[in-house]
Each structure stands twice: as structure tokens, then as C-alpha cells.
Write a protein that binds this ligand. Structure first.
Ligand code: FAD
Ligand code: NAD
Length: 467
């Protein structure tokens, strides 16, 4: 029987990053992954493949919509989805191979098979030939992630009624795609197909798309996506969706409780994800999941069994790769006797539409509900020289600060490369900067980042300059 300081179950961004940090800190580390490739949802069927297809489809969109204006004439442009998916697969396999390299480099032992907890110091690995290996371990870290969720009546058959996993491997460009759920996955994957010419219709239960996002961003993003061709059926409750052989038929109830029938080639079910704990053997150590399927942990990410920890999508909080990574590092450093800390208020969120939407801190509504006195500075992207040069003129940057102290409490932006731009706000907020601090920092010209400075100036004495 092998002996380890820590055994990690699941090799997604939570598990593999935890493994590296544990190994760096001198722990004998094992990681177990049931699939043949490492990297979990994020690398195999999540962040990386979706961004690869978003980038490819964005190139196509630019070629068909913007090149001529830039003075680039291309006579015939064709979207080859099979090549796009092939390139996406190459990106995925290079990235997953990179994780395997990092495991080897850090002398982390990788076991392929299903990991299940036998008792609090023993984990069993069962491989595809049913061969069992027992690992003796001082600590266990559960990082088993999540799976697509669905509700009765919308069960994916993975042929016409699909999840994100199948949408990332389409071999044809649908003429029409229905998306259940106007959240992050629905809008990102909807964008991929909309840019390739698919008519995309989103059926959303709530009053708006991405209901958790700041209301100004919701308004702007809705406008941008409608312009791109999206159609939204808001406040619609899906009754059922059926595979008709050649397509799908969806029946929903609108807000007046009237039946609405929609038809399309495919239906993407994107109504959230659920924690994954199948075959984990939680019951063998007296652990169970809560009513949301999550493993309960305390502030140290520790379960009620002191040497068993859990991180990432399988516990509470945002289902984001970078949140899982921070938690992996946290557990490793805690076990090494350090005093790590995660600022959950400053985990940025991004929707990779074009323009991208990025946020950190609190939304306007959250601050108002908390009784905060606030002031808001906003600056439109189209007023930036860089935006006009690149023809990327859609979007706005919004900074919310405390009315009294000027401390930045939330930053929300819809802007080109907002996913990267938001980091200025994250750093500023980590150091508890005021809007005035950001306004006084010299920003390079011409860049989109000047919009952050201008929004900060707008928040302090309404003194934005280029508007
Ligand atoms: P996972 O990545 O889900 O990894 C868990 C791993 O554990 C899996 O490989 C699974 O096979 C393995 N496992 C489970 N049970 C066992 C077992 N018993 N034994 C052995 N192995 C087991 N997040 C972002 O931050 N940015 C994005 O752009 C983004 N895009 C996304 C796009 C899509 C389409 C999807 C679906 C998700 C996206 N996410 C994104 C979310 C992100 O993928 C997850 O938040 C992240 O992967 C969670 O990491 P994790 O380590 O907790 O779990
Ligand atoms: P989500 O929670 O972002 O969105 C789900 C949407 O479906 C919500 O708008 C919700 O109101 C709606 N909905 C729920 N039930 C419904 C019903 N019965 N009928 C119609 N609409 C319904 O979930 P998702 O888009 O599936 O993404 C899952 C997770 O993956 C998210 O937590 C997200 O953080 C993560 N993710 C992140 C990124 C990123 O960071 N860019 C990208 C993709 C996924």
C-alpha cells in the first residue's frame, strides 16, 4: 500500500493546483482522476475549449462583418466547424498534456480511475479494468467538481437536447438553436453559434439574462446580443422539450401562463451545474451532501472529518476555475502550517461574449440593499481613441465607490478584453483603493484601460475628461 501526506480526488483546476502547491511545500502527493486526461471540466469541456471556439467564431465574425471597413477584402469566407472543433481539440490536448508535465515535474503520483474514500486514511482507486489500488494517506482533498444540471422535462438526450459538452463538439452549424438558460454558458456558447450564422433563441426563467450581474451590464449586454441576432424569451418557464427526430420542440409558459411552442435544430440545456459526488464513498466516513448537493466545509475548507477537505465546484460559492485554484492553494498552505486567506469578495467574474463583461466586488443593487451610500462613475467605451481605432466601440465601464470614503466597492465593465482589464480593479480593491487613487494613476494612451481611469474620474467629482 502506498503512503501519502495528501491524496487529492479530481484533477480539475482545484485539484491539480492544490497538488502542485502541496508538492512545492514538501508533501508526498497523490492525485486521482477518473478520466484519461487531467485538467477536469475546465480544461477538457469547459473554460479552455469554449474560449477556443469563441476565439475562432470571433475571427469569422470579424472577417464577415468588419474586415471590409478596415479595407481588407476577402472574396469568399466559409466557416468550417469541423476544423474549428479540431483546433479546439488540439488546444485542449496541449493544455491537458501541460498538466501531466507539471505533475511529473513536481513528482506528484497520478492514478487513473475512480477514487473513493474507504475510511478517513484510506482511498481506493478502481481503474477501468476494475483493478483496485489502496492508498494510505494522512489527508484527503475532495475536488470532484460538477456536472451539467437539468430539470424534469428537459433531460438531455445528448443528441438533439444537448449540454455544453456536446455543444463543444458539434459537427454542423445548426440553422436554429434554442438555449434554455440565459446564464454564462448559454450566452457564451450561444455567441459561438450566433457568430457562425445560427439563429439563437434563449429561453430564460428570470426577468433578465445573467440575473446576478450588475443591472447596467445586463442592459448593455442584452442590447449587444440582440444586435448580434439573439432573441430572448424572458420569464418563460420550460414545460418540456422533445427530440422530434430532425430537431427539437420546446413548450414553455410565458409570464401570462400561456403556452409558447418553439422549434429548432438543437436545444442546449444550460441551467446551471450540480456538484459531483457519485461513487465518492462519503458515507464511509459519515459525510453527506446538503440539499444543493454540496459538501459542507468550514472557513478552513475542512469537512466535519478534520483531515478531509473539499474545494471548488463541489462546495459552496461561485463555480469558477480561479476560485477552485485559490481554494486548492489555501488547503495546501493550511496543511503546511501557513496562514492563507481568500478574499471571496474579490473573485472576478467574466462572461466571454464580445465585448466581454467583467465584474468584481458588489453590484449597485447589492450595495443599495445593504444600505450603503454610494456614488457611481461611468464611461462609455466609444469615447476612447483606442476603441475608434480598433472599431470596438460597444460597452461601458462603471465604478461604484463609497459616497463618504471614496473606497471602490464594485467595478463592472462591458468592454473589449474586459477579462484582462478587470484586473486593475481587483488589484486596486485588494489594496482598498479609492476611486481618486485610480483616477490619479497614469494609464497608457491609447488603451481601453483609459476607460477605467475616466470612470474613476467620473466617480470623483464627475470630472471625466474625454466625454
Ligand atoms: P472540475 O474541473 O469539474 O474537475 C473535477 C474532476 O474530478 C473531473 O476531472 C472529474 O472527472 C474528476 N472526478 C470526479 N469524481 C471523481 C472520482 N470519484 N474519482 C476520480 N476523479 C473524479 N470557469 C471559469 O473560471 N472561467 C471560464 O471561462 C469557464 N468556462 C466554462 C465553460 C463551460 C462550458 C463550463 C462547463 C464551465 C466553465 N467554467 C469556467 C467553470 C469551471 O470549469 C469550473 O468552475 C471548474 O472546472 C471547477 O474546478 P474543480 O477543480 O472544482 O472541478
Ligand atoms: P448559470 O447559473 O450561469 O445560468 C443558468 C441560467 O439558467 C440562469 O440565468 C437561470 O435563471 C436560468 N434557469 C435556471 N432554471 C431555468 C429553467 N428551468 N428554465 C429557464 N431558465 C432557467 O449556469 P450555467 O450558464 O449553466 O453555468 C454553470 C456554471 O459554470 C456557472 O456557475 C458559471 O459560473 C460557470 N461558468 C463560468 C464561465 C465563465 O466564467 N466565463 C463560463 C461558463 C460557465
Amino acid at each position: 500500500m502506498d503512503n501519502f501526506d495528501i491524496t487529492i480526488i479530481g484533477s480539475g483546476p482545484g485539484g491539480y493546483v492544490a497538488a502542485i502547491r502541496c508538492a512545492q511545500l514538501g508533501m508526498k502527493t497523490a492525485i486521482i482522476e477518473k478520466y484519461n486526461t487531467l485538467g477536469g471540466t475546465c480544461l477538457n469541456v469547459g473554460c479552455i475549449p469554449s474560449k477556443a471556439l469563441l476565439d475562432s467564431s470571433e475571427h469569422y465574425h470579424n472577417a464577415t462583418h468588419n474586415f471590409a471597413e478596415h479595407g481588407i477584402n476577402v472574396s469568399s469566407i466559409e466557416a468550417d466547424i469541423k476544423q474549428m472543433v479540431k483546433r479546439k481539440n488540439d488546444v485542449v490536448s496541449q493544455t491537458c498534456d501541460g498538466v501531466k508535465y507539471l505533475m511529473d515535474k513536481n513528482k506528484i503520483e497520478v492514478f487513473t480511475g475512480i477514487g473513493s474514500i474507504v475510511d478517513k486514511t484510506t482511498v481506493k482507486v478502481t481503474d477501468s479494468n476494475k483493478k483496485e489500488t489502496l492508498l494510505q494517506t494522512k489527508n484527503i482533498l475532495i475536488a470532484t467538481g460538477s456536472k451539467p444540471n437539468f430539470f424534469p422535462g428537459m433531460e438531455p438526450d445528448k443528441k438533439r437536447i444537448i449540454t455544453s459538452t456536446e455543444a463543444l463538439n458539434m459537427t454542423e452549424i445548426p440553422k436554429k438553436l434554442l438555449v434554455i438558460g440565459g446564464g454564462v454558458i448559454g450566452l457564451e456558447l450561444g455567441s459561438v453559434f450566433s457568430r457562425l450564422g445560427t439563429k439563437v433563441e434563449v429561453v430564460e426563467f428570470a426577468k433578465t439574462i445573467v440575473p446576478t450581474m450588475d443591472k447596467t451590464m445586463v442592459k448593455e449586454l442584452t442590447k449587444v446580443l440582440k444586435k448580434e441576432g439573439f432573441k430572448f424569451h424572458l420569464q418563460h418557464k420550460v414545460k418540456n422539450v422533445t427530440n422530434t427526430g430532425k430537431g427539437v420542440k420546446l413548450v414553455a409558459l410565458n409570464k401570462k401562463d400561456e403556452e409558447v411552442t418553439l422549434e429548432a435544430d438543437y436545444c442546449l440545456v444550460a441551467v446551471g451545474r450540480k456538484p459531483y459526488t457519485d461513487n465518492l464513498g462519503l458515507e464511509n466516513v459519515g459525510l453527506s451532501t446538503n440539499n444543493r448537493g454540496q459538501i459542507e466545509v468550514n472557513d478552513n475548507l475542512q469537512t466535519s472529518v478534520p483531515n478531509i477537505f473539499a474545494i471548488g465546484d463541489v462546495i459552496k460559492g461561485a463555480m469558477l476555475a480561479h476560485k477552485a485554484e485559490e481554494e486548492g492553494v489555501f488547503v495546501a498552505e493550511l496543511l503546511a502550517g501557513q496562514k492563507p486567506h481568500i478574499n471571496y469578495n474579490l473573485i472576478p467574474g467574466v462572461v466571454y461574449t464580445w465585448p466581454e463583461v467583467a465584474s468584481v466586488g458588489k453590484t449597485e443593487d447589492e450595495l443599495i440593499a445593504a444600505g450603503k451610500e454610494i456614488k457611481i462613475g461611468q464611461f462609455p467605451i466609444k469615447a476612447l481613441g483606442r476603441a475608434r481605432a480598433s472599431m470596438d466601440i460597444l460597452g461601458t465601464i462603471k465604478i461604484i465607490a463609497d459616497k463618504e470614503t471614496d473606497e471602490v466597492l464594485g467595478v463592472h465593465m462591458i468592454a473589449p478584453r474586459a477579462a484582462d482589464l478587470i484586473m486593475e480593479a481587483v488589484v486596486a480593491m485588494e489594496y482598498r483603493a479609492s476611486a481618486e487613487d485610480i483616477a490619479r494613476i497614469c494609464h497608457p494612451h491609447p488603451t481601453y484601460s483609459e476607460g477605467v481611469k475616466e470612470a474613476a474620474m467620473a466617480a470623483t467629482d464627475n470630472r471625466a475628461m474625454h466625454i
